[in-house]
Design a protein around this ligand. Structure first.
Ligand SMILES: [Zn+2]
Length: 100
């Protein structure tokens, strides 16, 4: 085995051990977390279609606390609501800019 292969091997093993420790610590964190800071989320593919169900994600430990199967019409409503919130934020930002 060449020196470079030995080095790659050595660090791959270290990486695997670290990864195991990471998942162990993550599991511990998620078990102990009270999931107090959560948000419902929705992932969208690059082509604009919805990825999966809605899911409630904890921002402290990253766990998915709950999922909700929702029809596309419901998700569409959410996106429309989000759109209009962003638009109103934009126009209030613009109004603030012109005021100064
Ligand atoms: Zn949590």
């Amino acid at each position: 085995m060449s020196t470079i292969d030995e080095l790659v091997n050595k660090y791959q093993k270290k990486q695997q051990r670290l990864q195991i420790r990471f998942y162990y610590d993550l599991g511990k964190l998620q078990n102990e977390c009270k999931h107090e800071k959560t948000r419902w989320m929705q992932e969208i593919r690059a082509n604009g279609s919805f990825k999966e169900n809605l899911y409630k994600r904890c921002f402290v430990c990253g766990a998915t606390v709950e999922t909700l199967e929702a029809p596309n019409s419901f998700k569409e409503q959410l996106l429309n609501k989000f759109d209009s919130e962003v638009e109103s934020k934009k126009s209030s930002d613009n109004a603030e800019k012109t005021a100064h």
